[in-house]
Design a protein around this ligand. Structure first.
Ligand SMILES: [Zn+2]
Length: 245
């Protein structure tokens, strides 16, 4: 069995030293950890150059059958984001949208974020959001019920947060974390259900060993583990990478 890593990045992050970078890094790490396909977003697009970063990511993944991308959208520039969506949403290599609350200096419950999500609503691609205010995820998801929303990192959050988002059928979580939190996968599965939990590593910022270690050591049954490792992502992103079946 091969896995789908639905939370990876293309590019370097400021302050995080990488001794090597490039296609060889992804290939060798993926081979070592059994990852058959990955969905990446451009760090350049997230941090300072939405257009240039999205284009650079497409060039990187275009000819690789195991790599897919998120279109980065930014609430600081809703019109520009809409142009990016029109440019890429029909491209089979782009299977989702990435929004970063912190790097866009835009709170999840602000008017600007709402304007962005209203625009994204029309495209129906799953939207992965990095937020520091997970208690505001449920109101956002309730306003956009047809839009699958992936809450990055939130699988390692508290049971209270997980219970709040469990009311929304359109919220998914990954548990990418630099700290392997004991019991996080079991809690997410128990509160949200195994269909709402996704495997994502945050490669190359964080080694897949953290999320995979949590998942492999979790006290869940093998059919639930298989859902999380690839089946949920295959369905959500409508991808069926050869190595994963
Ligand atoms: Zn990330």
């Amino acid at each position: 069995m091969k896995y789908i890593d639905m939370h990876a990045h293309y590019g370097r992050f400021p302050g995080i030293p990488l001794l090597r970078f490039g296609r060889d890094l992804y290939k060798s790490v993926n081979e070592r950890y059994g990852i058959g396909a990955m969905v990446l977003s451009s760090t350049r697009a997230i941090i300072h150059d939405m257009r240039g970063g999205n284009a650079e990511l497409l060039a990187f993944i275009a000819d690789d059958p195991d790599m897919y991308g998120y279109i980065v959208a930014n609430p600081l520039d809703v019109e520009g984001s809409e142009r990016e969506m029109r440019k890429y949403a029909g491209n089979k290599k782009f299977v989702g949208v990435k929004v970063h609350e912190t790097y866009s200096y835009t709170h999840i419950s602000s008017e600007r974020m709402e304007k962005l999500f209203t625009m994204l609503d029309g495209f129906r691609l799953p939207v992965k959001i990095h937020t520091e205010s997970p208690e505001m995820l449920a109101p956002l998801a309730e306003r956009h019920r047809e839009l699958p929303i992936i809450a990055a990192h939130i699988g390692v959050n508290s049971p209270d947060v997980l219970r709040r988002i469990s009311k929304c059928a359109n919220i998914y979580v990954d548990f990418a974390s630099s700290v392997p939190v004991d019991g996080a996968v079991e809690r997410s599965v128990a509160i949200l259900g195994p269909e709402k939990v996704l495997f994502g590593s945050d490669m190359p910022i964080i080694s897949p060993c953290s999320a995979l270690g949590m998942l492999m050591g979790a006290d869940i049954d093998d059919s639930q583990r298989e859902l999380i490792l690839w089946k949920n992502s295959a369905k959500l992103f409508a991808i069926s990478p050869g190595g994963c079946q």
